[in-house]
Design a protein around this ligand. Structure first.
Ligand code: EPZ
Length: 417
């Protein structure tokens, strides 16, 4: 198990290029199953979740190659419609393959997803939506089987919660269904738009992505295409938080500032100066951050739950008391117990975290509880006095490409052992 050893106190300066979005490339890799032939995906980040997705595609019978952030997937020989338990349990978000496999094969079998570090991750919205599209669903021995031998039929679907994954699965399953599907209360995340752009380049007819009503006119088949994945807005927020807590100044390249509006306003309230260009952002931190009165996580375009841990970590050394309210995942605050080892003063009351800024943090041994919680430990460690050893960094590798290398290029004293 690799660890990160961080000697805190260095201010970050320089330039960092932001990799492609994990939560965009995963549904797009699944979407290639709907196309026959070779799909080419550029700006694909080197992440363990991407490797897990490529292994699922290989298990289904696809040929996949991954070179210099470009993935080529040949889906001509798909022969199986079951996601192996080992891979399903390894990456909960592999449920996103469901809609594509069902749309391509008329059948799909997944193991009922366990929870994840963030709490129970039910898929009831996915199941009820696919039933609305005509799939017969049976559950036994921990497996869930979806059958639609005569194909799927378009339907009106109203999501009780604007679930990102459920919205993506409905788009994937209905792209080649017969008739029209309308999703009401759809998720509006930029990753949904990127998936719709990919599918429309393949010949799908999807309208309204990015709004809460998405209309999909089913087409007979999809052809392969070439696509470049959007930048990862949460990775961008991570490098911004690392800069803010260390009092540095960096330029982020290959970002889409319009995806970061809710995040940027929090950094500005904390005292950072933010300047935007078309595809870059400059962040200049004050000597010491000010508290942010309250941050509420919400569905897009609200403040993203995934950026919560990074912002909380940065505010542990701010002047004053900040409050964070987590409205999406139950166990999102699990990482705070590990953060406390570095001397933070945070009280958790249910979904509310009260962050009393302290004058200094001290390095300690700690371990990642989940992807973004792990990144939060790194952010805090960069500004802690002394050495921090972060364990279980496999969580971080799920969503960050070469984080140690990129941070050391910005001046951090960080090594992977
Ligand atoms: C996506 O997860 C992201 N993952 C998450 O990032 C992100 O935090 C989340 O959206 C919210 O933005 C990917 O895109 C791969 P949801 P997803 O369905 O689709 C409940 C990361 O590691 N729910 O919007 O699982 C669910 O329990 C991850 O980067 C149901 O109740 O999120 C949760 O409380 C962390 N029933 C809430 O909705 C369902 O059928 C949000 O879930 C589905 C979801």
């Amino acid at each position: 198990m690799s660890k990160l050893v961080i000697n805190g106190g260095n201010r970050l300066f320089g330039e960092v290029s932001i990799h492609g979005a994990k939560n965009s490339v995963l549904p797009i890799l699944a979407a290639t199953v709907l196309c026959n032939g070779n799909s080419i995906i550029h700006n694909c980040p080197k992440l363990s979740d991407v490797n897990a997705s490529l292994n699922i595609l290989r298990h289904l019978g696809c040929n996949c190659s991954f070179k210099n952030n470009t993935v080529t997937i040949d889906t001509n020989e798909i022969r199986c419609s079951r996601i192996p338990d080992s891979l399903m349990l390894k990456m909960r978000s592999s449920v996103i393959f469901l809609g594509a496999i069902l749309g391509r094969c008329g059948n799909a079998v997944i193991s009922s997803p366990g929870g994840c570090e963030l709490g129970p991750r039910p898929i009831d919205l996915h199941i009820s939506a696919l039933k609305r599209l005509g799939a017969k669903v049976t559950e036994s021995h921990g497996l869930i089987e979806f059958n639609a031998p005569k194909g799927l039929n378009g339907a009106n679907i109203n999501l009780s919660f604007a679930s990102v994954g459920a919205t993506e699965n409905i788009i994937l399953a209905s792209s080649t269904a017969k008739g029209v599907t309308i999703i009401h209360n759809a998720a509006k995340e930029p990753e949904i738009c990127d998936l719709a752009d990919f599918l429309n380049s393949c010949g799908a007819r999807i309208f309204g992505a990015g709004t809460d009503v998405i209309t999909i006119y089913g087409v007979d088949s999809l052809k392969c295409c070439e696509h470049t994945v959007i930048p990862d807005r949460i990775a961008a927020a991570t490098y911004m938080a690392a800069t803010a807590i260390t009092g540095g100044e960096i330029t982020l390249k290959n970002v889409m500032p319009s995806h970061l509006t809710a995040i940027n306003s929090v950094f500005e309230e904390a005292g950072c100066q933010i300047k935007y260009a078309e595809k870059s952002i400059i962040v200049k931190a004050p000597q010491r951050l000010s508290r942010v009165s309250i941050v509420r996580t919400a569905i897009y375009p609200g403040f993203p739950t995934d950026a919560g841990p990074l912002i909380l970590a940065m505010l542990t050394k701010a002047r004053g008391t900040s409050i964070m309210v987590e409205n999406i995942f139950e166990n999102r605050f699990r990482y705070i117990d590990e953060l406390k080892r570095l001397g933070v003063n945070v009280r958790v009351e249910g979904r509310v975290a009260i962050v009393e800024g302290v004058d200094s943090l001290s390095g300690a041994a700690c371990k990642c509880t989940d992807l973004r919680g792990g990144a939060a430990l790194v952010v805090a460690a960069l500004a802690a006095q002394g050495v921090t050893v972060v364990g279980d960094t496999h969580h971080i590798k799920r969503g960050y490409e070469n984080i140690a290398e990129r941070l050391s290029l910005l001046g951090a004293d960080i090594k992977e052992i």
